[in-house]
Every structure is written in C-alpha cells, then in structure tokens.
Ligand binder design. Structure first.
Ligand code: PLP
Length: 396
C-alpha cells in the first residue's frame, strides 16, 4: 500500500510542532518558531494561555458533552455574550468555520422560504473568496482549484468581482437571496473590502429585501482591532459566520443572526451533535471575556499599527520583492511582486518565522493578538535577516 494512514490532502512541511509557549511553537526536534500564523488566525491568545487552559480543564472535569436534546446553560451563556457584543439577536453553534457558513447559507435561504419566496435561494458571492471545504462552501467560491474532482457543485451561487458594487447590483435577479462576503478576504490575499463596497451591499440588501451575510471566520474576533470587522464599516449584517479565533484553539464556530433573518430557523430546521458542546462553550466564553475588554482591542489596534508602520518602512529595502502592505489590525498581508511561497518557506526553515502564503501573491501575517513589543522586535529581526539572506539566495 502506498497511501499513508493519514490521508495525504495537505502538502505538509517538515515542521512538526509538539508544544506551544505564548507566541512560539516548539517542534519535535526542539526548534523554536515565532508564530506569526497562529494556526491561520486561530490561536488569538497565543499558546498555553492559562485562562483558556483553566476554563477547558474545569469544564472537562465537570461535563464534556451532552446532546442538544437537553437545555444548555453553557450555550445560553456564550450566546448571551455574543448577542450583547454584536448586532445579533440569536446564535447557532457549530464546530468549524465551514459549518458556520453552511448555517448562514441555510438561514439566508430559509428567510425567503419562510416569507413565501422559496425561489429566492441564490447568494451572490465574490471572486477569490474562501468560505470552507464542504460542498456548499466550495460551491460558494469561484476558485476552480477547490472544485476539481468534486462536480457537480451545488447550485445557488453567483460570482461577482470583489469590491465591484456595480457588478453586485447587476447580478441581482428574481432568485437572489442575498450577498455572502468576507469583509477582508483571507485566503484570497488579505484584500480589504472598501467602505463604499460593503456599505453599498448593505444599501442594496435593504432596497431589495436581501440578506447581507458576512463571513468573518478569519477576520472576526478582535483580529482587526474591533470585535468584528463590520464595526469599522458603520454597517450591520443580517447574518454572520464566526469561527477560528472564537475558540482560541478549541474547535468552535457560530452563525449569528438578527431575529428577522432567522425567521425560518425554527424547530428541526438545523442541528449538530457536537455543536455547542460544553467544552467548546467554556473555551468560547473564556475567549469572549478577554477579547471584549476594551483594553484588549485597543492593544490589538496598537500592535497592528506598530507592525504595519514597520512593514511600510521595511519593504522599501526590498522593492524587487514587495509591492505594499494590506490589511487591518493584526490581519496583515505583504503583497509581493514574486510568488510568496518560497519566501514563506525560507523564513520558516532558515529563520524560524512562521507566516502563511495566500492568494494574489500575498504573504499573510496573522500573529496571536497578544503580541507585544518583544515579539514585534523579534519578528523584525527574523524578517530582516530572512529577507537579507533570501535576496542573496537562488530562490529570489
Ligand atoms: N471562511 C473563511 C473566511 C475562512 O478563512 C475559513 C478558513 O480558512 C473558512 C470559512 C472555513 O473554516 P474551517 O476551516 O474552520 O471550516
């Protein structure tokens, strides 16, 4: 047999982390890495945060899993926190980002079904989007590389150019249920939606009774310096998908909705065996308590400014490599003039700095949100050394 026991769907690198310490990962062979990837925007409190560990340990020793057939004080507590701190009136818990997006898609479709317009099932989505790897979420993306081998895709998605309001407007038809959009495209290359675009989608949604569904799986939970990125646009969505950072490393996602948008989500409409399990709720509650502190969010915005300003100066030294800096808060991208993957590998393997390559020739920087001046200084040291040796290497 040539297939390994672990299904080979990931092109895994040689780094094999076995331990985490604050903003560092330590691999099997003892090497230390500065983690500016954070599990792709997941470990927002870094690794081994005492508060998160304590919450999970206490809950594990008390009650790990119960069915959603029973009442859930743990889910009610976290739902209450999310409702208090966001646009939402109601929450459905999932185990991942893709499941959260799935729940959002169902909520948007069922809104129209409940209003007697079942023909309005189509979501307008945007080029280079990433919404997950389930059949519905790959169908929601125009990225052909994710479709290969999995046809037929699910009907009900129509792709438009990102940040092109006219295209979105022209795509509205009798079957349109709403828009599904990332305020900042993550996998697509840290592409930030313009204010005019998101506000325009909100206005179109209001005008045509459409659902504005935001996918904040990557950009949500404090990463941009506000709890959710939409706050910086002066708009509210109808439905929002959150995941990744919300569990701080524990698998957790959620579909947040207004009361109006959730009118079709009645008894029996949706479900999940593990969604909302007490362990995930303990993790999510601990994360929410920390992230919603004003001083925490201010610190994220401050750290984001520091890293960004430094990057803007730094890239001037390597005009052949970098084109510009993108992003908001601590969701940052270096737009490159060359393929970012070789540099990402060089920084990782030779300089112990973990970053993530993204689409649109972009190198993503997604550090834990708890980085301070020490980690930022270490980041610049590793980046400077890394780019200097990279520029001299054959890969450049
Ligand atoms: N949506 C966005 C914007 C994402 O970035 C991701 C994951 O990268 C997902 C959805 C899917 O999340 P998950 O991998 O937890 O299913």
């Amino acid at each position: 047999m040539s297939i390994p026991p672990l299904m080979p769907v990931y092109p895994r690198c040689d780094v094999r982390p076995v331990r985490g310490e604050h903003c560092h990962l330590i691999s099997e062979d003892g090497s230390r890495y500065l983690d500016f990837a954070a599990g792709i925007a997941v470990n927002l409190l870094g690794h081994s945060d005492e508060r998160l560990i304590g919450a999970i340990q206490r809950q594990a020793a008390t009650l790990m899993h119960v069915s959603n057939l029973y009442g859930s004080p743990q889910q009610e507590e976290l739902a209450q926190k999310l409702v208090r701190h966001s646009f939402a009136d109601t929450v459905f818990f999932t185990n991942s980002g893709a499941e959260a997006v799935e729940a959002c898609i169902k909520t948007a479709r069922s809104y129209h079904h409940a209003g007697g317009q079942a023909e309005r099932f189509e979501l307008i989505t945007f080029n280079n989007a990433f919404h997950g790897r389930t059949m519905a979420t790959i169908s929601a993306s125009n990225q052909a590389k994710m479709h290969k081998g999995f046809a037929p895709l699910l009907p009900g998605f129509r792709y438009c150019e990102f940040n092109d309001l006219t295209a979105a407007k022209n795509a509205i038809g009798p079957n349109t249920a709403g828009f599904l959009v990332e305020p900042i495209q993550g996998e697509g290359g840290v592409r930030v939606a313009s204010k005019a675009f998101l506000r325009g989608l909100r206005a179109l949604a209001d005008e045509h009774d459409l659902m504005l569904v935001l996918d904040e799986v990557q950009c949500g939970v404090g990463r941009t310096g506000t709890l959710y990125a939409y706050e910086q646009y002066g708009i509210h969505p109808d439905i929002l998908a959150t995941a990744k950072g919300i569990g701080g490393g524990f698998p957790l996602g959620a579909c947040l909705s207004t009361e109006k948008a959730a009118r079709g989500m009645t008894f029996g409409a949706h479900g999940s065996t593990y969604g909302g399990n007490p362990l995930a709720m303990a993790a999510g509650s601990a994360v929410m308590d920390i992230v919603t502190e004003e001083v925490f969010l201010k610190q994220v915005a401050h750290a984001g400014e520091m890293v960004r300003k430094g990057l803007e100066q730094f890239i001037g030294n390597y005009t052949g490599l970098f084109e510009g800096v993108r992003g908001l808060g601590l969701m940052l991208g270096l737009k490159m003039k060359v393929e970012p993957r070789p540099l990402m590998q060089h920084l990782r393997d030779r300089h112990g700095l973990l970053t993530v390559a993204a689409g649109d020739m972009t190198l993503r920087l997604l550090p834990p949100l708890v980085i301070g001046e020490t980690e930022i200084a270490e980041f610049y040291e590793r980046l400077s050394d890394g780019c200097a040796s990279y520029a001299l290497s054959d890969a450049a």
